[in-house]
Design a protein around this ligand. Structure first.
Ligand code: TXA
Ligand code: MG
Length: 343
């Protein structure tokens, strides 16, 4: 499973020659290209079907020179980097003028992250001797559930992998530990806006506040765009609906009565009719996030009329998980009523 030193060298060489390589990180798998090669970066957008105005995160080795990528590194960034890098935190800063526009979707800012996964680090250290940046979105088709295993990546891009495909290689680093995408903090307007939380994740707003001494704000209309913040995102193909723990059993019974096929994602025990596919995730936010995307993929494979999710607690520690579930369910609003009406 773990890639050999030779695999890492081959992956770095593929990136250096302008090809794409999928690689593990502690959050989710990324689909990487040389951030300084606009033609390679264009291949990422083509493979994902992602609009080219959506910026990518640039991944750096722990020893990287930040000044090569960001033209200003505010004091706040230095503090967050000291506290959380390598790790699941992306920082948005003003981009250095030498970084090509392709990787940042033409924006004046750049998202930078130093992942902690050992395979990601080995790749970043081998690529251009650690002096390059690997632009990488999550390795899934646009809008779909992010991959947390190498097999998920292969399932997403089946025909596009290998010598004749766009993706030269998929490095296997096992199941991603965190399971949801990195927390994104915008520091590009630090002087006027302070830290802005663009995407919640494993590193919570409280942990950011503890380091900076100020609570991150929620984005305003002028905040940098982030496709991970689109209302509908991270979605399975089947409709997804959230209901409270107390409503779960009754909702299943109602849908059964009109012969709808329901599959369940829960985190507390319930007595349900037999024959219902269900996955029970751990009742801690970390455990739940770790298994969430793999569970959604398995439940999606059941081709049911509905993926019914027992809504997790609203507590701050669940913010990242609740954000992803809300986006997964966004396009399905009103679905339970429609199914009960016989649609
Ligand atoms: O955990 C992660 O962040 C994973 C792994 C692979 O590192 N990557 C990831 O990438 O989730 P992606 O492209 O699926 O989501 C990155 C988010 C997008 O919502 C993008 O719009 C935002 O980061 N982003 C990147 N650069 C930005 C910038 N300069 N300004 C605002 N948002 C930016
Ligand atoms: Mg993504």
């Amino acid at each position: 499973m773990t890639p050999s030193a030779d695999d890492i060298r081959r992956a770095a060489a593929l990136l250096e020659s302008g090809r794409l390589v999928a690689f593990p990180t502690e959050t989710v798998y990324g689909l990487g290209a040389d951030a300084e090669d606009p033609a390679a970066v264009a291949q990422i957008y083509a493979a994902k079907g992602r609009p080219s105005t959506h910026p990518l995160i640039v991944h750096l080795a722990p020893e990287a020179d930040l000044g090569q990528w960001a033209r200003e590194v505010p004091e706040a960034a230095k503090k967050l980097i000291a506290a959380f890098w390598p790790g699941p935190l992306t920082l948005i800063m003003k981009k250095s003028l030498q970084v090509p526009d392709a990787a940042t979707g033409g924006q004046d800012t750049i998202g930078l992250r130093c992942p902690s996964h050992p395979v990601a680090q080995a790749l970043l250290r081998a690529f251009k001797q650690g002096r390059g940046g690997v632009a990488a979105p999550s390795a899934n088709r646009f809008g779909h559930v992010s991959p947390t295993t190498a097999q998920h990546v292969k399932d997403e891009f089946r025909d596009d992998i290998g010598d004749s495909g766009r993706i030269g290689m998929v490095l296997d680093g096992g199941q991603s530990q965190v399971g949801i995408e990195s927390t994104i903090i915008d520091l590009s307007r630090w002087e006027t806006h302070g830290p802005v939380l663009l995407r919640p994740g494993h590193i919570g707003a409280d942990a950011i506040a503890a380091v900076l001494g100020v609570e991150p704000r929620l984005p305003d209309a002028a905040a940098p765009r982030a496709s991970g913040t689109l209302e509908a995102h991270y979605a399975p193909l089947a409709p997804v609906a959230l209901v409270s723990s107390g409503e779960l059993v009754a909702t299943v019974a109602q849908l059964h009565a009109v012969r709808k096929r329901v599959v369940l994602l829960c985190h507390t025990p319930h007595s349900l009719p037999t024959g219902i596919a269900q996955i029970s995730l751990p009742s801690t936010p970390e455990g739940y996030a770790h298994g969430l995307y793999a569970a959604l993929r398995v439940l999606d494979g059941e081709r049911a009329d509905l993926i019914l999710v027992e809504a997790p607690p609203a507590a701050a520690a669940w913010q990242g998980v609740n954000d992803r579930l809300r986006r997964a369910a966004h396009d399905s609003s009103g679905v339970i009523e429609r199914l009960l009406d016989g649609d």
